[in-house]
Design a protein around this ligand. Structure first.
Ligand SMILES: Cc1cc2nc3c(=O)[nH]c(=O)nc-3n(C[C@H](O)[C@H](O)[C@H](O)COP(=O)(O)OP(=O)(O)OC[C@H]3O[C@@H](n4cnc5c(N)ncnc54)[C@H](O)[C@@H]3O)c2cc1C
Length: 343
C-alpha cells in the first residue's frame, strides 16, 4: 500500500484521513489529539460544558490509520519530521490550518490542557466587570453575542477598525448584528484600531483610552506554515500562505496536496471550504493512482451561518440574508451533524 501522511487533523485533515484509511497506509499527525468543531469554541468560553460536545479524540473515529501526536517542525520531498521520528511518504497532505489568538484556537495541547485554557477564560469572564473585544468580524461579533447572552450584566466594548461590523456580509446582516449588540448595551467603537496596552488600559490609534479587565483579540488569522521555511519557503506567498494549483497540489509538486485554511486560494477561510477542498484532493489522489485526469477546485460563494448567542443568528448567501431563530437552530444542527459523523 502507498504511504499517505497527513499533517493536521482539523476539518480537512480528519476528513481526508477517514476517507483514505481503507485504500492507503495512512498516518495522521496532529498537535492536538482530537478533532474539534472550531465554530463551537466560542460557546465553550461562556459555557464550559459545551466542550464535551465539540471534541472527539482522533483514535475514536480512525480505525486503520495510525495517529502520531506531535508538531511537525519540517518536511522534505519524501519525509516528515516530528520529534525524533522521520515518517516517509509517497503522498503528503498538508492541512495544518490557521490559528487565532488564545484562547480562541490553539495548538500544542491535549484535551485536559485545552479544558484548562477554556476554563481559565471562562473564570476570567466571570471575574471581569468589563470586557473588551477587538475585532468586529464574525468571530468578534459571535463572541460578544455569547458573552452578553450568558452574562447580561457585563460591560462590553467592541472596537472595530472598519465602519461596519461583519464587513464581508450584506447591509442587512451588519445592521442586524449591530442592533442585537446595541440592544444589549454593548458599546461599539468604529474606525479605530487597537494600538497598545498598559496593564488594564488599552489605547486605540486615535489615542482613545479604554479600561478593561479582560480583552479578547479577534483579529486576523495566521496560516500554520512555519515548518515550510527550511525546505519550501519558495512556495509561500507574502501572507505566508502556500501557493497551490487549481488541483490543490502544491505549486511544483505532484504528490503534495495543501488543503484548507493555509493555502492561497482567494476565498473565505471556512470549515465548509476546507471540507470541499478535502473532497477534491481525495478525488485527485485516486486520479493520480489510476493515471486519470485530475479535477479542479472552484471557489464559489458559500452560505455563512453566524450565531448571535443561543437564540438568534444570521444566514447569508450572496445578497440573501435571513435572520432570527432559524439560523441559530441551523448552526446547532450543523454542529450536531458534524460531531455525529466523527463519533
Ligand atoms: C472562533 C471561530 C469560529 C468559526 N466559525 C466558523 C463557522 O461558523 N463556519 C465555518 O465554516 N467556519 C468557521 N470558522 C473557520 C473554520 O474553523 C476554519 O476555516 C477551519 O477550521 C479550517 O480547517 P483546516 O482543516 O484548514 O484547519 P484547522 O481546523 O485549523 O486544523 C488544523 C490542524 O492542524 C494542526 N496543526 C497545526 N500546525 C501543525 C503542525 N506543525 N504539526 C501538526 N499539526 C499541526 C492543528 O492543531 C489543527 O488540529 C471559525 C473559526 C474560528 C476560529
Amino acid at each position: 500500500m502507498k504511504r499517505v501522511v497527513i499533517i493536521g487533523g482539523g476539518f480537512a485533515g480528519a476528513y481526508i484521513a477517514r476517507h483514505l484509511e481503507k485504500d492507503f497506509d495512512v498516518t495522521l499527525i496532529d498537535t492536538k489529539d482530537y478533532f474539534e468543531f472550531t465554530p463551537g469554541i466560542l460557546r465553550t468560553i461562556v459555557h464550559t460544558k459545551h466542550m464535551r460536545k465539540i471534541q472527539v479524540l482522533h483514535r475514536h473515529y480512525l480505525h486503520q490509520a495510525k495517529f502520531v501526536h506531535g508538531e511537525v517542525k519540517e518536511f522534505n520531498k519524501n519525509k516528515v519530521f516530528v520529534g525524533k521520528k522521520k515518517i516517509p511518504y509517497d503522498y503528503l497532505f498538508v492541512c495544518s490550518g490557521s490559528r487565532y489568538n488564545i484562547p480562541i484556537k490553539e495548538k500544542n495541547i491535549v484535551l485536559p490542557n485545552r479544558a484548562d485554557t477554556l476554563k481559565k477564560a471562562h473564570s476570567e469572564i466571570l471575574d471581569a466587570r468589563n470586557v473588551l473585544i477587538v475585532g468586529g468580524g464574525f468571530v468578534g461579533v459571535e463572541l460578544a453575542a455569547e458573552i452578553v447572552d450568558f452574562f447580561p450584566d457585563k460591560e462590553l466594548i467592541l472596537v472595530q477598525a472598519r465602519n461596519v461590523l461583519l464587513e464581508k456580509c450584506s447591509q442587512k446582516a451588519q445592521k442586524y448584528a449591530e442592533n442585537y449588540l446595541k440592544k444589549r448595551n454593548v458599546e461599539i467603537i468604529y474606525n479605530e484600531r487597537m494600538d497598545k496596552q498598559d496593564g488594564n488600559l488599552f489605547f486605540t490609534h486615535t489615542g482613545r483610552k479604554i479600561h478593561a479587565e479582560l480583552c479578547f483579540l479577534c483579529t486576523g488569522i495566521v496560516p500554520n506554515t512555519e515548518f515550510f521555511h527550511k525546505h519550501f519557503s519558495s512556495v509561500l506567498n507574502e501572507k505566508k500562505q502556500v501557493m497551490v494549483e487549481h488541483t490543490l497540489q502544491m505549486k511544483g509538486y505532484k504528490n503534495i496536496f495543501v488543503v484548507g485554511d493555509l493555502n492561497d486560494l482567494a476565498e473565505e477561510k471556512t470549515a465548509q471550504s476546507a471540507e470541499k477542498q478535502a473532497y477534491v484532493a481525495i478525488q485527485n489522489i485516486f486520479a493520480l493512482e489510476n493515471k486519470e485526469k485530475l479535477i479542479s477546485y472552484h471557489t464559489f460563494p458559500k452560505v455563512m451561518v453566524i450565531s448571535l448567542g443561543r437564540f438568534y443568528g444570521i444566514i447569508t448567501y450572496k445578497n440573501f440574508t435571513f435572520t432570527g431563530i432559524l439560523p441559530a437552530l441551523l448552526k446547532w444542527f450543523i454542529e450536531w451533524k458534524t460531531m455525529i459523523y466523527y463519533r
